[in-house]
Design a binder for this molecule. Sequence first.
Ligand SMILES: *Cc1c(COP(=O)(O)O)cnc(C)c1O
Length: 376
Amino acid sequence: MSEPVEFYWGNAHLTGASCDFRSDAITTPSLGTLHAISKATLNDDVYGEDETTRHFEEHIARICGKEAAAFVVSGTMANQLSLCALAQAPCSILADATAHIIHFEAGGVANLSGATVHPVRPSNGHYLTLEDIQKHAAVGPVALERCPVTIVSLENTAHGNVIPLHELRAIKAWTDGQGIAVHIDGARIWHAVAGGGGSLKDLAACCDAMTLCFGKGLAAPIGAAVVGAASLVRRVKQLRQSIGGGVRKVGPMAAAAWQAVLDSFGPGSVDVRGVLRSTHDTARGLAEMWTSLGGKFLRRVETNLIWLDLKDIGVEKAAFNDLACRHKVRVRAPRIVVHPQISPDALYRLGLVFHEVMASKLDIHGSGSDGIASKL
Ligand SMILES: *Cc1c(COP(=O)(O)O)cnc(C)c1O
């Protein structure tokens, strides 16, 4: 008989996800998702004949209150195909200057949509408002030599901050009147819902194309979706095929993503599982500890992301990461991401890191040294 083997599925300790605060993309698929894979249909989705995939797309469209949905392999592909489907030259995409579509999608907008990006810094430091958009998107006939803003792209959550629903509604009402399309990058839309920012239907009603990501936080092995009008989703599927993103026996992946949504969010338009909300509580607890030690933040802590103000205490990011490593937790400072698989032990160790960083800061201020980095 062979020895029992350790099984990676559902074992965040074995994969290391349980002590990894770098991203909520670093989560381990559950045994339930593996089981769901075994029950998926295995027909051809490029021919549109795979039942599991088709039913999942219909389900996602329904809980978002949109006509249709397309299943794609990643959040990046979902964003890029949505923007490409909405873009008609000449086109400028107005987005938060820190947006994922600008900084972390390998220049996909330039490559695929032929659009320029118009980066705007939110005046409130957290998310773009109607006022920011009105200031930067020219109103009325645009001079021939200008590139008009025809798409506004918003992230929700915006680096952990929930955009108020009334703001999204005001943006959509105004952009509709201007003939500007709205794209929502919903890689963390589940957290916006769990954080009180509206239901999936409320949020999807504020845009022409919304993306959702199943791998981040929900821990599906792969997968994301685009929801929108039937004509837009058809175009997304055509563009998906054009870049080789049409996957034939994709049913198992759709089944796993569906199971992940059910387990960590629920069957409808609002969160009924509380899994994500509990990560918000954990993040708040960590934030309170950091505050009680005299720490500050770069952004408000509202959901599962914490942005530590390390400059305020003169600590280098690399020094913080190294100290975390010595305590056997992984961090990409200044951001701390809490996901559902973080273990109590990892939280305890991160607490030790917070205490040590702050204690050495006090030492340094007492001894008149010029920075903490050298001490870490
Ligand atoms: C992670 C992320 C994406 C991309 O998701 P992938 O599935 O990793 O491609 C897009 N937008 C935001 C805001 C993200 O955080």
